[in-house]
Ligand binder design. Structure first.
Ligand SMILES: [Zn+2]
Length: 243
């Protein structure tokens, strides 16, 4: 590719980012519903969503008997404790309550200058393990990269960014703020489930995740690689795919 072509492509991409960043409605909040803009920097509010809750247990470990909803809440609270004082921290749920996914999006959208992290633990074939990070929006790529690195450095099962996945689900597509869904490891894997049952390990995950948030707030996307290509996709619906 010639230099001229490269730089014109760069200009086209920059123009796309700028044009997509223009809100399509008349909202006073200058947000792009697709999230086609660089990642956040200098934000002051962290919304931490513990996945599942109440009647929805999420995954249940056959190895320890622990439920995803309880482990997610415990980890969310640990992340919150790491950040309080330096950030405004909002827990989407602070007890064993069921909240619909669309309601979680509505609540997240009440806050500007914020990011949303949804904390989960995974389930699948018993030989698969390691943390995974899901993002969709362009403005969530840097954060997702940092979170995956943060969890991978705590986990003996993961290395690099193998678990960084661009996936359109309700909590990665629909909020108007940068939003990332974290899977802290597989409850279906015997060794990883036992590891996750250790509160010291969950604390390590939480403090690494909190450190990643501090780095993103201070530096924005710096060092997280090129932004992914913009994709204009409709909001995710409950019927799209299992979440
Ligand atoms: Zn889950």
């Amino acid at each position: 590719m010639t230099l001229t072509l490269q730089s014109s492509l760069g200009l086209i991409f920059a123009a796309l980012i700028v044009s997509c960043a223009t809100p399509s409605n008349h909202s006073s909040r200058a947000r792009d519903v697709y999230g086609h803009r660089p990642g956040p920097q200098g934000f002051r509010t962290i919304i931490i969503d513990a996945g599942h809750g109440g009647k929805d247990s999420g995954a249940v470990s056959a190895h320890t008997g622990q439920k995803e909803k309880d482990l997610a809440l415990d980890t969310a609270k640990r992340i919150a404790n790491e950040l309080r004082g330096d950030f405004k921290v909002i827990l989407m749920r602070s007890d064993d309550t069921f909240i619909d996914l669309d309601e979680r999006v509505i609540r997240a959208n009440r806050h500007g200058d914020a990011i949303l992290i949804s904390m989960h633990f995974n389930s699948g074939p018993s030989n698969i393990r390691g943390p995974e990070t899901y993002y969709w929006r362009v403005d969530s790529h840097g954060l997702a990269t940092r979170f995956q690195q943060a969890m991978a450095s705590a986990s003996p099962a993961e290395s690099g960014n193998r678990g960084l996945v661009r996936r359109r689900i309700r909590l990665t597509r629909n909020p108007e703020i940068p939003c990332v869904l974290l899977e802290g490891g597989y409850l279906s894997n015997p060794a990883e489930s036992r590891l996750i049952s250790d509160s010291g390990y969950r604390q390590k995950l939480a403090s690494n995740i909190a450190a990643a948030i501090r780095t993103q707030a201070a530096e924005g996307d710096r060092g997280t690689g090129p932004l992914p290509r913009p994709i204009n996709a409709p909001p995710s619906r409950p019927t799209d795919a299992p979440e």
